[in-house]
Design a protein around this ligand. Structure first.
Ligand SMILES: [Zn+2]
Length: 63
């Protein structure tokens, strides 16, 4: 019983962009899907997708 699964400890891959860490999305489609979910479920306001200037992946940004 000592092993407990704690999904809240799951940490998605992140990338340092300036002074903040942003979640990495491997594809534009994946990032756009995540943006739609966040807008709907977390009331974040409109989110945009952009390609990371440092590596070959995508991030979200508030518009
Ligand atoms: Zn990045």
């Amino acid at each position: 019983m000592s092993k407990s699964f704690r999904p809240e400890t799951y940490d998605p891959p992140r990338c340092w962009v300036g002074d903040t860490q942003k979640i990495i999305y491997a594809t534009r489609e994946e990032a756009e899907a995540a943006a739609r979910v966040a807008e709907r479920d977390h009331h974040t306001g409109p989110l945009g997708v952009y390609k990371c200037p440092y590596a070959d992946h995508y991030h979200l940004t508030s518009l």
